[in-house]
Design a protein around this ligand. Structure first.
Ligand SMILES: [Zn+2]
Length: 461
């Protein structure tokens, strides 16, 4: 018996030496964009995956020499890069996509969004809306998103079904909403939600007070206390509109950021969406607290909110990622490839400098900086040994993809969300050849059309 064991062991050692160390999968691509600290770009590169994590990244020849994979995926005409991180979304609002456009914020909210939400938002609505959003996000290269909505346990359920990663927070707001009559109810829900998902491999629970102007100070303080009790991030809207800033200054003599600072809301990991109307003092405060900003160029343009001081934020070292917001009128889609392009162009046109926010910086915002905003930079955002295996491939066989002189420029200025070919999250493939492996696309789209009829019928005439 002893002898036969030894024989097996010797055989294994010989085999391992001949074929390399075992991994679950090897992915190869014409270009591997790592976004690691040295921003290594590998020609004919490969990523080896073991379980949920990246075992190695390097030139294909080297990885093939060192590792023996159970499965391999070769993409000789594609870019392999970290999965995109959407730092601000309201996924389930996908079912209200395009419900009303080209209106003032007040008109849009009071005559369309609030009545539609009051009559339609239910656990079923949230599950199907999140499925639709996850389907769209994964097919356009997003692997992680930050969400704030209602029935967030259903958002978590649909996100896990999709196989995506989510930082998810139940909206806490100072008036009755579809799943809570008071902020206290939402806070209690949030605490149960955090306890349920604290150690989940895909879902990071968060505390999500809607904004300074929709919550009182004591509820906001309670949100921070709850977030810090469990070491989870706080998600909030901040300085989205000029009116919000003017009102706060009028009432309290300070900017919204200064108020959040004084009442202690920024004392811990925070993801603040928009930050359009930040001044230099606000930016210094955000830097001091390590607050992350979710910049949403489509939404800010479509709602005419203004232009966020992204160049100043980045120069100051404030983690700044990209978000889609919406999509019920503030954007209408979840395409982060488009946000990269718009973020860059928006800073160029408003600064009058075509060198502003170059392609590399836009990709940083969609990957490694987005990971910092979400508080997940040790786990995702770049392709490095030991990090979670979250990555995508972009095909290069379409007319708009050739010729290619610079990989980073091509990604930001030429490629589209529809060029996404494969998506892997946490080591598991969820998109192959542009098709979802985890969600039933036809069924989800049918359901969305059904909801359209229901929502339309519920709107005031
Ligand atoms: Zn929002």
């Amino acid at each position: 018996m002893l002898r036969s064991c030894r024989t097996v062991l010797v055989a294994c050692v010989v085999a391992c030496a001949a074929f390399g160390e075992n991994v679950d999968a090897i992915y190869t691509a014409r270009y591997v964009v790592t976004m690691d600290p040295s921003r290594r770009l590998i020609d004919n590169g490969a990523v080896a995956v073991r379980g949920e994590r990246i075992a190695a990244v390097g030139p294909r020849a080297e990885i093939d020499r060192q590792y023996q994979a159970r499965q391999r995926f070769d993409r000789p005409d594609a870019i392999l890069m970290p999965g995109l991180i959407n730092t601000h979304a309201h996924a389930a609002m996908s079912l209200l996509r395009g419900i009303a456009d080209d209106l003032t914020l007040q008109d849009w909210l009071e005559h369309y969004i609030f009545p539609a939400e009051a009559k339609n938002v239910s656990p079923d609505f949230v599950v199907w809306g999140t499925r639709l959003a996850c389907l769209e996000m994964m097919l356009s290269g997003t692997t992680t998103y930050v969400d704030m909505y209602y029935f967030e346990d259903r958002v978590a359920q649909a996100t896990k079904e999709a196989g995506m990663r989510g930082v998810l927070g139940e909206t806490i707001i100072g008036f009755p909403v579809p799943d809570a009559k008071t902020p206290a109810e939402s806070l209690a829900f949030t605490e149960r939600f955090i306890q349920q998902y604290k150690n989940d491999p895909l879902v990071v629970p968060a505390v999500a007070p809607h904004a300074l102007y929709t919550n009182n100070d004591s509820d906001l303080r309670a949100c921070r206390r709850l977030a810090n009790k469990y070491g989870v991030p706080l998600v909030i809207h901040l300085s989205e509109t000029k009116r919000e800033n003017d009102d706060t200054r009028g009432k309290r003599g300070m900017s919204p950021t200064q108020v959040l600072d004084i009442i202690g809301v920024l004392d811990g990991p925070t993801i603040a969406a928009h930050g359009v109307w930040l001044d230099d003092r606000d930016i210094a405060l955000l830097k001091q607290h390590g607050t992350g900003i979710a910049h949403c160029p489509s939404s800010n343009m479509k709602l005419a909110s203004g232009v966020a001081p992204v160049l100043k934020l980045l120069a100051a070292g404030v983690p700044t990622g990209l978000g889609t917001d919406g999509p019920a009128g503030s954007n209408n889609d979840f395409d982060l490839m488009e946000e990269m392009n718009l973020a860059s162009d928006l800073q160029k046109v408003t600064s009058g400098d075509p060198r502003a926010l170059p392609a590399m910086q836009a990709i940083e915002m969609a990957t490694i900086l987005g990971a910092r905003v979400a508080g997940l930079e040790k786990e995702i955002g770049s392709l490095e040994t030991g990090k979670r295996a979250d990555f995508i491939t972009l095909r290069l066989d379409q007319p708009h993809a050739v010729p290619m002189y610079n990989v980073y420029s091509q990604i930001v200025y030429a490629l589209k969300g529809s060029d996404v070919q494969d998506v892997t999250v946490n080591g598991k493939p969820i998109v192959r050849d542009g098709k979802s492996l985890t969600l039933n696309a036809a069924q989800i789209m049918d359901k969305a059309r059904e909801y359209r009829a229901k929502v339309s019928a519920s709107l005031p005439r």
